[in-house]
Design a protein around this ligand. Structure first.
Ligand code: ADP
Ligand code: IOM
Length: 348
């Protein structure tokens, strides 16, 4: 879809994005000529959802100011996605002791792997859609320096994308460790400029602790491992995030929590997921959806957002990230996964 950025965009009849739902002509006219101090315009904020009409949301922030300057569009989208109103304040509880999530599948019959990530961005810098090449490179060196201070099981190596052989990069993507190249949603949001410079991945020897640098957010701090030991995965993430926070300050807002380029990631910026095999339940979509809706879960395909499921394997994660604590994000995912396994067993 090509648009001239000056007239109200056309939406195809099957476009179901939150952008389409909340962008009225009046709102467009009020905001179309506005830009933030770092030069991020309203047109840039909505470009991805117009170019990619299959977006689920379709808007991106270029900086902290985007959330206030474009609030007449962003707030209703945030409320719709997270059920978080303008008078709500974000809450946090990022402590392992508060979580009760014993392995729901100790024999690894259903859960293949568990992954929990948080997004973070650097204070006093624009977000990825508005950042300059120099700022992005500066952030990369700042993060690499911080990660080099990690000890024990968290210590590892940073691999810049610039120096990475294509075969190695593709293997890391196929094995679910690395982000893919050329994502069209990120591309239209301005997040792929100067690719691959300034991007890379840090991981420990066991590949249970990883950090993506300068993808959709400046940091994606990831803890993952085979099987369903959700508590161990969460604990590693808590420890790692606290360590990184000792040397890097993150962009944080009292009301909206951690600020991220996509409004779906605000608040905790946490996505806790399992790769789970549900061959029987997935044949009964309404029963499957009934459980995921009840527990506020999102169903993704085997290669992440905008991918398809293969061989009855799904990526199941918490949908809401703002207005709920980190522990609640994981607890909700856990409760839903327990219910999904119970149902799958009944159908066997
Ligand atoms: P994000 O979680 O950072 O928003 P994606 O949905 O694009 O990003 O997923 C990123 C990668 O992480 C993909 O390769 C996806 O398959 C992988 N992934 C997500 N959850 C799990 C999991 N529980 N186990 C293994 N890999 C996972
Ligand atoms: N987070 C972002 N990649 N996503 C919500 C894109 C979209 O489909 O709008």
């Amino acid at each position: 879809m090509v648009w001239d950025r000056l007239s109200f965009p056309e939406f195809s009849p099957n476009c179901n994005s939150l952008l389409r739902r909340h962008l009225s002509e009046d709102l467009f006219i009020n905001l179309m000529e506005i830009a933030t101090e770092s030069g991020f315009s309203f047109a840039q904020a909505i470009n991805s959802g117009i170019v990619n009409q299959d977006s689920s949301v379709g808007v991106y922030a270029g900086d902290a100011e985007s959330y206030s300057l474009f609030s007449s569009l962003f707030n209703p989208i945030i409320e719709d996605y997270h059920n978080f109103s303008e008078s709500d304040i974000h809450r946090s509880n990022f402590n392992t002791e508060s979580l009760s999530a014993p392995n729901p599948d100790p024999n690894s019959q259903y859960i293949l792997s568990t992954r929990i990530r948080v997004g973070r961005n650097i204070v006093d810098m624009p977000l990825g859609p508005a950042i300059s090449r120099e700022q992005r490179n500066l952030i990369e060196s700042q993060i690499v320096k911080s990660l080099s201070c990690l000890n024990g099981d968290l210590s590892g190596t940073y691999y810049p994308l610039l120096d990475m052989k294509e075969t190695i990069r593709n293997q890391l993507i196929d094995d679910h460790f690395l982000f893919k190249a050329g994502d069209r949603f990120l591309d239209a949001a301005g997040l792929n400029r100067d690719w691959p410079e300034g991007r890379g991945i840090f991981h420990n020897f066991a590949r249970t602790f990883l950090v993506w640098v300068n993808e959709e957010d400046q940091l994606r701090i990831i803890s993952m491992q085979q099987g369903g030991d959700i508590e161990a995965v969460f604990d590693r993430l808590v420890v790692a995030t606290r360590e990184i926070e000792k040397t890097v300050s993150f962009l944080f807002d009292q009301r909206l929590g951690y600020l991220t380029s996509c409004p779906t990631n605000l608040g905790t910026a946490m996505r806790a997921s399992v790769h789970i095999c549900l061959p029987k339940l997935s044949l009964n979509l309404s029963a499957f959806k009934k459980i995921t809706d009840l527990h506020h879960l999102q169903i993704r395909g085997i290669h992440g957002e905008h991918s398809e499921s293969e061989s009855g394997i799904f990526d199941i994660s918490n949908r809401r990230r703002l207005g709920v604590t980190e522990v609640e994000c994981v607890q909700g995912m856990y409760d839903g996964v327990v219910a999904l396994i119970k149902k799958e067993k009944e159908l066997e």
